[in-house]
Write a protein that binds this ligand. Structure first.
Ligand code: NAD
Length: 483
């Protein structure tokens, strides 16, 4: 099969990068190059921003019903090609095809539909004053905004950003991850078919330090919505601060799943706890990588948990029976296996997994790691403090609520926590004290798109989701009239 050659979307046209340079895109399942993505430069970014600047006033003046209609049309076009999108997403990222088909692509469609529906009834506030004046708030689009997304949920997170930005009336320049650029490129093609006016949505592919940084620094970009690592988030914050740009940062995590002795550990709940550690090879920012278990049930829990983890199948992402596919890149594979080696060096006992897996035939060059469970490491160890972002879970016993809370809150991150208990008072009490932007009780990854989404501490700044996203992508202006 010939290699796929992706294009940028600039001013409504698919374009090669001006310098004609390309990056190799790898298929994680085999380690082979299967596509080439534009290695864009400042000139491409500048052209995209110029197109967006030209398109922004017309798009802002377009009635919200019409903006919504175009977003709905794009959602329909993606949905009509769901199988193609899912296959491409799986091939590009190494995730199981079944997951791309059931989670990534349907969620991308939902993101577009949700914000299309949300923008139409969206209203703003008014505040009447007794002395005879009324204030009302206009929420106007910002103009040109940048949306920068990571590789772990490529189309899912790409649409999570562009949908509210476009719905709110902004022109967008978006940059998907250069590691997984394919589905965003296909979305770009479909946006032309959907009928978006030229320049309203631009997609510039390429490396983060070039394309991403150029977007963040560009004087005509008013806001940056970024999802990715805490390290890159800090660089973006440093570049944006002196330029006074609006920023939304969704960053890394080191999430706890906390299991109390009174938890309902039905088979289905235990399956969810396993999934919370290993879904998408553990490459979801919301995965619970620290599993805190109350000491009185620790041994019994561990045996049941390990039996389920050992039953997970690592294999060809295209096979329906595969639970875990390949890690996204050679570099990430090296990082995750390095973290496992570090855990061993810190004195951790590997209870299952712990190794890279060599699969047969065409998969021999792929980047597979067995689901790994480690115990015996204190909460302060590097393994329990640093984000690994792979199929690695550590087990940590605790005695009581106070100790569980101290361990759970005892990292620099604060993205998501999950809590397993049947004690209603404890659920409320403990949930309120967790220093995390998202707390799930007796569930995990149950997402309502209306809710605020984001992290505390080094997991981010600001919230996305629902009206939070629409607020981020608009500038409030208060108008006060005396009568
Ligand atoms: P990354 O920070 O390496 O890259 C993210 C994006 O930023 C990519 O498009 C990249 O090209 C771009 N980029 C890199 N350097 C840049 C720069 N200097 N300026 C502007 N853009 C730049 O992250 P990643 O490895 O792709 O993704 C994994 C990370 O994302 C993990 O830490 C994970 O926890 C985090 N994540 C967070 C959330 C969340 O909602 N909080 C969701 C998914 C992933």
């Amino acid at each position: 099969m010939p290699s796929l050659r992706l294009a940028n979307l600039i001013d409504g046209r698919l374009q090669a990068p001006r310098q004609e340079r390309w990056l190799e895109v790898f298929e994680p399942a085999t380690g082979e190059v299967f596509a080439h993505c534009p290695e864009s430069s400042f000139a491409d970014v500048d052209a995209a921003v110029a197109a967006a600047v030209a398109a922004a006033p017309g798009w802002a003046a377009t009635p919200s019903e019409q903006r919504a209609r175009l977003l709905q049309r794009l959602a329909d076009l993606i949905e009509a090609r769901l199988d193609e999108f899912a296959a491409l997403e799986s091939r590009d990222s190494g995730k199981p095809l079944s997951l791309a088909r059931s989670l990534d692509i349907p969620r991308a469609v939902s993101n577009l539909r949700y914000f299309a529906a949300a923008i139409v009834p969206w209203s703003s506030e008014s505040h009447a004053m007794e002395l005879g004046a009324i204030n009302y708030t206009l929420r106007q689009p910002l103009g040109v905004v940048a949306c920068i997304s990571p590789w772990n949920l490529p189309l899912y997170l790409f649409t999570w950003k562009i949908a509210p930005a476009l719905a709110a009336g902004n022109a967008v320049v978006a940059k998907p991850s250069e590691i997984t650029p394919c589905t965003a490129a296909l979305l770009g093609e479909l946006s032309i078919e959907a009928g978006f006016p030229p320049g309203v949505l631009n997609i510039v592919q390429g490396r983060g330090p070039e394309v991403g940084q150029a977007l963040v620094e560009h004087r005509d970009v008013k806001a940056v919505s970024f999802t990715g690592s805490t390290r890159t988030g800090a660089q973006i914050a440093a570049a944006a601060a002196p330029r006074f740009k609006k920023l939304s940062l969704e960053l890394g995590g080191k999430n706890p799943a906390i299991v109390f002795a009174d938890a309902d550990l039905s088979d289905a709940n235990l399956d969810t706890i396993v999934r919370s550690g290993f879904a998408n090879q553990g490459e979801i920012c919301l995965c619970g990588s620290r599993l805190l278990v109350q000491r009185s049930i620790y041994d019994a829990f561990r045996e049941r948990y390990l039996a389920k983890v050992r039953a997970l199948r690592v294999g060809d992402p295209r096979e329906a029976a595969t639970d875990l596919g390949a890690l996204v890149s050679r570099e990430h594979f090296d990082k995750v296996t390095g973290c496992i080696a570090q855990a061993r060096a810190e004195g951790g006992r590997v209870l299952c997994g712990g190794d890279a897996l060599a699969l047969p035939g065409p998969l021999a060059g792929g980047w597979y790691v067995a689901p790994t469970v480690i115990e015996g490491l204190g909460p302060e160890t590097a393994t329990n403090q640093q984000e690994i972002f792979g199929p690695v879970v550590t087990l940590i016993p605790f005695d009581d609520e106070a100790q569980a809370l101290a361990i759970a809150n005892g990292t620099g991150y604060g993205l998501a926590a999950s809590l397993w208990t049947t004690d209603l008072s404890r659920a409320h009490r403990f949930g309120a004290q967790l220093d995390f932007g998202i707390v799930w009780i007796n569930c995990w990854l149950l997402r309502d798109l209306r809710t605020p989404f984001g992290g505390a501490k080094q997991s981010g700044v600001g919230r996305e989701g629902g009206v939070e996203a629409l607020r981020f992508f608009t500038e409030p202006k208060n108008i006060c009239i005396r009568y």
